[in-house]
Structure formats: C-alpha cells, structure tokens
Design a protein around this ligand. Structure first.
Ligand SMILES: [Zn+2]
Length: 112
C-alpha cells in the first residue's frame, strides 16, 4: 500500500474521530445540563455512561491514528512498535492505525 494512501486514510479517520468526539461532547453537556425531570435521572445516567464509554473509545482510537501518522513521518510506519518486525500488509490495510504485529497485539490483549 502506498504510504501517501495510508496517510490520506489516517487523516480521514482522524477527521471522522474529531467529529465523533465533538458530537459526543455536545451530547455530554446536554445530558449533564438537563436533569430537570427527576424521573429521567436514571435514564440520563445510563445515557451519560454510554456516552462516556463511546467517547473514551473514540479518543483512544484518535490517539492511535495520531501515533500512526507520526510513525509515517519518522519512517517507522509498518514496523511493530513492540518487536520492530514488519506488520503484515493485509493487517495494515484492515487497520491502518495498528501499531503492532499480530503476535505482539495478542500478547498485549492477554495482559489486559
Ligand atoms: Zn511485534
């Protein structure tokens, strides 16, 4: 895959995530700012929790995308950040922001 294509895709992902975080932030304030009806308090809390979880996921993904763009700039893109080995092309195509080869990612997932 051409590095210019990867860069473009990552920048598109970053723009999408920025929008997602922006929308979630807006909703977050609405949910927190509301609460005039005490009967809705439970539902609002659940909504706020779900919202916070989606936002955390979006922010984490955005961090991954930014790190990938930085690796393109320093020339280390496509190498695993843990073992330094090459990340397989199909994996990069499926997830351009991925930082690790399959083995290192599996190790990391097990640790969680
Ligand atoms: Zn690795």
């Amino acid at each position: 895959m051409e590095i210019s294509v990867v860069r473009k895709r990552l920048k598109e992902m970053r723009a999408d995530l920025d929008r997602t975080v922006g929308v979630l932030l807006g909703e977050h304030h609405l949910v927190r700012g509301g609460g005039a009806d005490p009967g809705d308090a439970g539902a609002n809390l659940t909504e706020a929790d779900r919202n916070a979880a989606s936002m955390q996921a979006a922010v984490a993904q955005r961090t991954e995308v930014l790190a990938a763009l930085a690796r393109i700039d320093d020339g280390s893109y496509g190498r695993c950040t843990d073992c330094g080995g090459p990340v397989p092309e199909p994996r990069l195509q499926a997830r351009p922001a991925t930082a690790r080869c399959v083995a290192c990612q599996a190790k990391r997932d097990r640790r969680r």
